[in-house]
Structure formats: structure tokens, C-alpha cells
Design a protein around this ligand. Structure first.
Ligand code: SF4
Length: 237
């Protein structure tokens, strides 16, 4: 029997709202716990004690997924927190693979797990200065070197100019990887969807403006968080 994994949410089907697999129809498995404490974390409930996790085995997770979308999904996103905290996810990844289900993971790149090699789309999202976190560059480089260039992309969330400079630094250090800039959501608790949308659109335009004539940013993609445009700060969609 596989080891249980702390799971906060299993939901879907929905679309992936971020990064290289944006728009992909997917199911979500959100694991508990994070080794970071980003100031603007939009999933702080995974680590601040406000969310309650359930210990589920990979087989139980697959059962949940199948009951949510019987025979109607072929892609699962494993999210967090930081999913890379959990060695036991390797069994879930193998189980999904054995059923022909594709997988995606997002992690900040601070912790390595061998199962990351089996993931179809790994997004490594190092955190910019506004998060209050420090990047361990050597660790990041080591983890990237363990993955195939085609299976991994880098994503930096940008809230301000300092974050943008950080994003440029990341892209300059690792130019061989697909690179995504994403607008940050400053108020993950705002309930007024229209106000949120207006703010995010303005910030998206701003980020596009910064990027367009920047000679160091020729091969980048600038994205919003698509799901916040559609569903605001609502959870589990
Ligand atoms: Fe939140 Fe992600 Fe930062 Fe962890 S790494 S605190 S989940 S934003």
C-alpha cells in the first residue's frame, strides 16, 4: 500500500490558468505544506493552519478524480503549497502515468524529488523579492539540470520593477528554458471580481509595456493568471 499524502483539495475538471499549460483542461490535486512563506501567497491555506489536509493514498486520490470527472480527463496538475515536499507523490505520478494520464507540477525549485523527472510539464517558479523569500541559485541550477529542457519551463510572478529586474536575471541565467512572466495578484482575498479584474488588467498591460522594448526579453511570454480573470479569487475552480 502506498504512503498517504496530505491533500487539501481535489477538484476539476477546469482549465489550467497559468504558465506553459495555460488553457489545458485539467484536474487539480493540491497538497499541503510549503517550505516558503511568500508575503502574497494566494494559497496560504495550504500552510498557515487555516486549511485542513486529509491523508490520502494515491489510489484514493485517483478514485476522487474519477468520481469528479468519470472518464472525462486526461491531465492532472499537482499543485500546493510546494508539492516537492512529498516524496510519496512519486506513487501517484506512476499510477497516473500507468493510466495514460498526463501530469503537470508547479514548484519554486527549492526541493528536489526524483518523481519530478516523470512529470510531463514542470513549472519552476522562483520567487521574486516582493515575496520576501531568498532564492538559492545553486540549488535552482542543480534542480533544473536534473530535468529535460523540453519538460520544464520557468515562470516569475511580477508585482513591481524590482521583481521585473529579478525576472530578467532568472531569464539571463537560464536562457535555454521557456520563460513566462506572470502578473501578480496583490489581493488574493478581494471578493469584488470586477475591481480585481480591472486591477489585474492594468497590471497586465503594465507588464507587457515593460517587456515589449526590453532587449533582454526577446523570447518571453507574458501571461495573466487566466483563472482570476474568469473566477476572481474563488477557490476550487
Ligand atoms: Fe505560497 Fe507558493 Fe510561496 Fe509556498 S512558494 S508560500 S505556496 S506562493
Amino acid at each position: 500500500m502506498s504512503k498517504p499524502i496530505p491533500v487539501l483539495e481535489v477538484f476539476g475538471p477546469t482549465i489550467q490558468g497559468e504558465g506553459a499549460v495555460i488553457g489545458q483542461k485539467t484536474m487539480f490535486v493540491r497538497t499541503g505544506g510549503c517550505d516558503y512563506r511568500c508575503s502574497w501567497c494566494d494559497s496560504a491555506f495550504t500552510w498557515d493552519g487555516t486549511g485542513k489536509s486529509e491523508a490520502l493514498t494515491p489510489e484514493q486520490i485517483l478514485d476522487r478524480l474519477e468520481s469528479l470527472a468519470p472518464n472525462a480527463f486526461g491531465h492532472v496538475t499537482i499543485s500546493g503549497g510546494n508539492p516537492a515536499l512529498h516524496k510519496g507523490l512519486g506513487d501517484l505520478v506512476s499510477l497516473l502515468k500507468s493510466r495514460g494520464i498526463q501530469t503537470a507540477v508547479e514548484t519554486q525549485g527549492s526541493i528536489w524529488q526524483d518523481w519530478l523527472k516523470e512529470i510531463d510539464a514542470v513549472t519552476i517558479s522562483p520567487k521574486p523579492p516582493s515575496s520576501g523569500m531568498e532564492t538559492n541559485w545553486q540549488q535552482l541550477e542543480n534542480h533544473l539540470a536534473n530535468l529535460h529542457t523540453q519538460q520544464v519551463s520557468l515562470k516569475v510572478v511580477v508585482f513591481n520593477r524590482e521583481d521585473y529586474a529579478y525576472a530578467k536575471h532568472v531569464h539571463a541565467l537560464f536562457p535555454q528554458y521557456d520563460f513566462y512572466l506572470q502578473v501578480g495578484n496583490e489581493d488574493p482575498h478581494l471578493l469584488d471580481d470586477q475591481e480585481l479584474l480591472q486591477t489585474l488588467l492594468q497590471q497586465y498591460e503594465q507588464l507587457i509595456e515593460w517587456t515589449m522594448h526590453d532587449q533582454a526579453m526577446k523570447h518571453v511570454r507574458v501571461l495573466p493568471q487566466l483563472h482570476t480573470f474568469l473566477w476572481g479569487n474563488k477557490r476550487g475552480v
